[in-house]
Design a protein around this ligand. Structure first.
Ligand SMILES: NC(=O)C1=CN([C@@H]2O[C@H](COP(=O)(O)OP(=O)(O)OC[C@H]3O[C@@H](n4cnc5c(N)ncnc54)[C@H](OP(=O)(O)O)[C@@H]3O)[C@@H](O)[C@H]2O)C=CC1
Ligand SMILES: CC(=O)N[C@@H](CCC(=O)OP(=O)(O)O)C(=O)O
Length: 348
């Protein structure tokens, strides 16, 4: 097979350099273009010494580079960039994987409400596939445009999918998702809240009154539950570490759900999903057990009153972003999901 020619728009950000780390060693990939508006001409390895001797390209200016020379283009950019370039790429037969939210919410009005941007290519939005491969792998394999899921939604949706698919949740009680992210989740751009002196030795909730991942999660919960009247309380927190995300889910089971051996059901549901690990009963997932890898790990705890608690961990930059994007690319090009993604977690 000829190597896949890959372009990355937004190569200087955290998800961009994470894509480079994964793709530079991918056996079927040839890195073709890596863009930066401010660093055009600079060798990539001069900015990221971790890539010295591995990536020999220089950054290109995204305003002048021709991306149609690529087979697939990843957008590791802020919301709104991919949708401005997707029509030309799609017309040229190039596949597009957007790590931002341009192709995640099928409802363009909902997108505009949360992202304060009108959607500029609703026709492409309708064809785009939500790139959660464990749930939509067959559609991903046929897709030309992927909306790569948000990091928080990935933990919530994979944590709940077996219950949703079987109709075992009592939807009269809200699902509670209490989620914590490391500061790299906010990107490399300068922001006061992610300064060392603000974020270290501190723990805080944010977005409690409304976070843009709420509608993304809710839309998928409705789809997976067959349009049930789902209620969701989602509270994200900023935690003083660089990488990692831990989400604790509390769910009330209905009569059918409360009779199940959920441990067994979860293990069977994910037995063929290389990157989802259901830990044995009583285990405690830790973020450091997934750091740097594309694995999402979870454990279940039955609680009194027909509740179940599910604790999920992932690396926000890998399964929560760039690793998941590469997993999508693999399926889109007929490769095994784990191609180039075998990197093990870094511990301690
Ligand atoms: N960080 C995370 O854990 C996750 C991030 N995401 C999403 O992935 C996307 C990238 O995130 P992240 O890497 O953290 O962000 P960063 O802020 O670290 O990087 C953004 C990148 O986009 C480039 N860029 C900015 N504006 C433009 C533009 N108008 N045209 C072309 N390039 C542009 C910047 O490069 P330059 O200025 O050099 O051109 C930079 O390389 C975001 O949409 C984010 O929401 C999704 C899941 C998790
Ligand atoms: C810690 C932190 O700030 N996390 C980001 C979410 C991560 C992300 O980038 O998500 P999107 O791709 O949907 O923007 C936030 O809450 O805005």
């Amino acid at each position: 097979m000829e190597k896949i020619k890959v372009g990355i728009v937004g190569g200087t950000g955290y998800t961009g350099v994470e894509l480079l780390r994964l793709l530079a060693r991918h056996p079927q990939v040839q890195l073709q273009v890596i863009t930066s508006r401010g660093e055009a001409g600079l060798p990539v390895a001069d900015m990221f010494p971790s890539l010295r001797g591995v990536v020999d390209l220089a950054f290109s200016d995204p305003a002048t580079i021709d991306l149609t020379q690529c087979d697939v283009v990843f957008f590791a950019t802020p919301h709104g960039v991919a949708m401005s370039q997707a029509p030309a790429l799609v017309a040229a037969g190039v596949k597009v994987i957007d790590l931002a939210a341009d192709f995640r919410l099928q409802d363009a009005a909902e997108f505009e409400k949360w992202y304060k941007l009108p959607h500029s290519c609703t026709d492409i939005l309708q064809q785009a596939v939500y790139g959660l491969t464990e749930l939509y792998g067959d559609q991903v394999a046929q897709a030309q445009v992927i909306g790569n899921p948000g990091c928080y939604p990935t933990t919530v949706l994979l944590g709940l999918a077996p219950l949703l698919e079987n109709g075992w949740i009592d939807y009269s009680v809200p699902i509670i998702a209490d989620a914590k992210s490391g500061v790299s989740g906010a990107g490399r751009k300068a922001e006061v809240s992610t300064l060392f002196s603000e974020a270290s030795d501190n723990l805080k909730a944010y977005g409690v009154a409304g976070h843009r991942h709420h509608p993304e999660i809710l839309a998928q919960l409705k789809k997976l539950s067959g349009d049930a009247a789902v209620n969701l309380i989602f509270v994200p927190h900023l935690i003083p570490m660089i990488r990692g995300m831990l989400t604790t889910l509390h769910v009330k089971l209905n009569a059918a759900g409360s009779k199940q051996s959920l441990q067994q059901v979860y293990e069977q549901r994910y037995q063929h999903d290389y990157f989802v690990d259901v830990m044995p009963a009583g285990a405690l997932p830790e973020t450091r057990s997934v750091r740097g890898s594309n694995v999402l790990r979870m454990a279940l705890y039955p609680q009194a009153g027909d509740y179940v608690t599910i604790v999920v961990v992932q690396d926000n930059l890998v399964k929560g972003a760039s690793g998941q994007a590469v997993q999508n690319m693999n399926l889109m090009f007929g490769l095994a999901a784990d191609t180039g993604l075998q990197v093990l977690p870094l511990l301690p």
